[in-house]
Write a protein that binds this ligand. Structure first.
Ligand SMILES: [Zn+2]
Ligand SMILES: [Zn+2]
Length: 412
């Protein structure tokens, strides 16, 4: 298969894919992959296969195609292609919750500077890096990466990238419990979809609706949460988007749990777990175990709760998500307090405080905790995070954590 035919067949696959005929599209692309003699075409068709497998949640396949892409780029000795290959490798690892690897592949990308294409990709690299740091609960570095990604999006007028970064920032503020910002950013993403997204894939709309739903749930605006989650799930089902289906099911379960309706919550956690294990989203699995644990606590079934929380803890340790470990200790603390088991209680308190220390989850001005309850936060340009009220009362003469002087507040 020569260059022209390769190009034609890739286009044919794209048309099929866009009209939701994924299976036929994959068939066409796999044939191109086997038969083409054009290395550039081979690289492009691998890119199509990577995107498709990412959207289906087949992350292990995605990883294999990314490795093949890097080999092709090496044979071609083309730094632009190589950068793109490493970005895809980083993303595959991000999806598989291998966050350390994601960070290091992103660094590889950023070190391959100097080409025009790699400059265009830098924003996406920073987004993936931010997601990986957030997965490792390294909040300041996550914020630095997201800010960089936003800057690239603005400079290149890349609205799709901006939309994705806004969704990630929503997730960031959910974790730090500034629920106002956690809602603001996905709403901004939804606005971008409305204003610019006519030709975009519906997954952007689905993604922004999902993140809005999570924020509404945290703000206890449960009917709004339900509505957004239903909208997101509808699109996820139409598109066979398994990863998003799993997240929506988890969110439905959490909403029912907030309404103290554990009978509705349990089966949804279960359905979500099926997909999460199938696609290999271990962070999602850990979140489900935490949710299930909270349901058992509501039922006063403390031993079952402890069992579920232990599973969450094991998964969180394996992927290095410290925030989840912290949540587990905090919930276990409550359980042992109810059971009046003093020794176990003390152990959990010590572990909890260790986590808080490691995560630096305190405000550098008042010394009190961040991320314990819903509070408005504000980052300085150095990306250190404080209570908004503390910055307002003390002014912004400089950052008390890193002593960098700053005159204005950071924009995220
Ligand atoms: Zn403070
Ligand atoms: Zn600072």
């Amino acid at each position: 298969m020569g260059q022209d035919q390769t190009k034609q067949q890739i286009e044919k696959g794209l048309k099929l894919y866009q009209s939701n005929d994924t299976e036929k599209a994959l068939y066409v692309w796999m044939k191109v992959l086997r038969k083409t003699s054009d290395p550039g075409g081979k690289f492009r068709v691998l890119g199509c296969l990577i995107t498709a497998h990412s959207e289906m949640g087949k992350y292990k396949e995605m990883l294999q195609f990314s490795l093949a892409q890097i080999n092709t780029a090496r044979e071609m000795e083309d730094p632009d292609y190589l950068t793109e290959g490493y970005l895809n490798l980083a993303r595959s690892n991000e999806k598989l919750c291998d966050f350390q690897k994601t960070v290091s592949y992103c660094e590889t990308c950023l070190n391959m500077q100097g080409t025009t294409v790699s400059l265009q990709l830098n924003g996406q690299v920073c987004l993936s890096m931010g997601n990986a740091y957030l997965g490792l609960s390294v909040f300041q570095k996550a914020l630095v990466s997201y800010e960089k990604a936003l800057r690239y999006a603005h400079n290149n007028d890349d609205k799709m990238l901006e939309c994705r970064v806004c969704c990630s920032l929503g997730n960031f503020y959910i974790q730090l419990k500034d629920f106002e910002k956690a809602l603001f950013f996905p709403c901004k993403a939804a606005e971008l979809v409305n204003d610019y997204g006519k030709g975009w894939s519906l997954k952007y709309r689905a993604m922004s609706q999902y993140h809005m739903s999570v924020a509404y749930k945290k703000l206890m605006r449960l009917p709004d949460a339900m509505e957004c989650c239903e909208e997101s799930m509808k699109i996820a089902l139409q598109h066979g988007d398994r990863p998003l289906q799993a997240l929506c099911l988890l969110n439905f379960a959490d909403i029912h749990r907030c309404q103290k309706d554990v009978d509705k919550a349990f089966p949804r956690y279960e359905s979500s777990m099926c997909i999460m294990s199938e696609i290999g989203n271990r962070l999602g699995q850990a979140s489900i175990y935490v949710g299930v644990g909270k349901c058992w606590i509501l039922q006063k079934e403390y031993d079952k709760a402890l069992d579920s929380l232990q599973r969450a803890n094991d998964l969180a340790e394996a992927i290095g998500n410290k925030l989840c470990i912290l949540k587990v200790h905090s919930l276990c603390e409550g359980i042992y307090r109810c059971k009046e088991q003093q020794e176990e209680l003390r152990e959990q308190v010590v572990k909890f405080l260790q986590c808080v220390e490691e995560l630096e989850l305190y405000c550098g001005m008042c010394g009190e905790s961040i991320g314990e309850k819903n509070q408005q936060l504000q980052a300085l340009p150095c990306s250190h995070i404080f209570h908004l009220k503390c910055l307002q009362t003390n002014g912004t003469k400089g950052c008390p954590k890193c002593h960098r002087s700053s005159v204005k507040l950071g924009f995220v």
